[in-house]
Design a protein around this ligand. Sequence first.
Ligand code: SF4
Length: 692
Amino acid sequence: DGADFDTETKSVCPFCGVGCQVSLRSKGDRIVAVDGVDGPANEGRLCVKGRFGFDYVHHPHRLTKPLIRREDAPAKGLNVDPGDWGAAFREASWEEALERAAAGLRGRGREVAGFGSAKCSNEEAYLFQRFIREGFGHNNVDHCTRLCHASSVAALLENVGSGAVTATFNEIENADCAIVIGANPVENHPVAATYLKQFAARGGTLIVMDPRGQALARHAAHMLQFRPGADVALLNSVMHVIVEEGLVDRQYVKGFTENWAAQERHLAGFAPERVEGLTGIAPDAVRAVARAFAGARAGMIFWGMGVSQHVHGTDNARCLISLALMCGHVGRPGTGLHPLRGQNNVQGASDAGLIPMFLPDYRSVADPDARGGYAALWGAEVAPEAGLTVTEIMDAVHAGGVRAMYVLGENPAMSDPDLAHARGALAKLDHLVVQDIFLTETANYADVILPASAFYEKAGTVTNTNRQVQMGRPAVPPPGEAREDWRVIRDLANACGLGWTYEHPREVFAEMAGMMPSLANITWERLEREGAVTYPSLTPEDPGQPIVFGDGFPREGGRARFAPADVVPPDELPDAEYPMVLTTGRQLEHWHTGSMTRRASVLDAVEPEANCSLHPSTLRRLGVEAGGMVTLETRRGAVTLMARADRAVAPDMVFLPFAYVEAAANLLTNPALDPYGKIPEFKFAAVRAFAA
Ligand code: SF4
């Protein structure tokens, strides 16, 4: 029961972007229990993942020694049992493995690409992007933000001047209206959802907009279950009503924004009656929502992957920004724009420059001043051209331009869209180095596997969805010969000839903080002492600013910009052959590709089997009992798995979680990209379903 422990260590939950602070109770080298502590984002609360999802750290599948692919190994692919890999790999010393890993990368310039991870610390993200940029002279380095909020960040940078949230989610305590759109926080950000429920319980007006019903809808004053892909039409119609009924905050628009005239003209064409056929939402319901949000004293907007993972994901986010601006709901207590971040450190990894077009703090690689600063620090030129994104890298492998990859903590053999394409690329590489804690599906394709550390085994900082930089502390050592990730990156960089001298992540943090204005007044020592500091922090004593942009925006002229967005249909519409809509996402118990949570005994016991959800009437039509097997097929692949009956899913939709390798959702998904954020359309593909 965890009562018998000898050490307590404060750290941060390694799962979602809420960033709950935890107390890790350990006995010897084992964590025996986890409890919540009073962190700024969670105030002692934890969800089932944070509280019970920790024993993956001690799973027998943990990699404990470096592995090298055998000469006579079977062909690369999903043919290796993570508990019995002897036919494919042999154990090696660190010296041999690092030399082998480096030998396949050294001197290959643009043939090399790197996938870092939002599961790692800020320091590790910084080192990883430095390694690729300094070591290979280009910017082909990216991470899972590309599959997550890249489109939100594109819209925020373009129109607000900053990619981070304008207010912490805890600001909901000061709001009287909130919109949650394309997000399912009860399952994906459960502790943040508790604040939203409390808000509704004390009389706040909660508006939920989503093509899929969800648990939060029970707490909502308005639930708009709109047709999938109709986000822009719906949001423009809400804004149309706000203009029509004279509810625009003209004073705010005049004082803090630009391009309003174009936005107002554009909205004229979106009367709710005109777009009802697209959205499926009655005009009266649109009007009620418009009045509630625009008429609120203080309103917030929260969104998730349901907004971002579309070919029009950036347009969706542009609409949300415009909606907040026209109501003056930015920069005051209880107002703000808040894209709920998915992974625990996707904000920090992006801030640290783990993206192909930006150096740390979103300074463009095209900016000579930014490049010059890092060239002076690193003693190496930074390339001025943006590098390839996650999905573009896979295309480049197929085209022959990229031939070697270093993957740290990512699992593209499960997480990329159209997996047949992504797995084909991994198999085609001359040389693949994978650094991870388990022999993941991606490690199946590796030439060298470097055993890494779980988050509870190392020191490092992470930045949550609230811009709170928090200190993670080690509770137990890595198993066997596994090493902290920052150390492995350093050693591989040195094996490639870079001569790095870091001896502790605090040195890396100091280097980052010296270059990144966002980290001003935040030091490693301060984080050790205080546990968390929100950026921006205005003085060495300031705990940080929960709300930003009250006095203008970090854009030229200090004004935010309206970006009118037109309706762009989903890339692949249903037809006679594939008549339904497939949408993918997470479940409460499982996190991303399942490599950790499916090895956490409690979580796996609760949710052990690949499943999908369909409306009961759809199951009846297909002749499938709830709990029976169904096959889902798109133009790219098919999976067979257990079907659940769920009235929250519209009759023409299927919801498919993406954590299960035995029925991998991304075998089915459409790789079509949003042109700005380069994010795939995970939330919409044409699919057919039939009894298996
Ligand atoms: Fe961990 Fe997120 Fe759950 Fe908090 S809400 S305990 S950060 S998974």
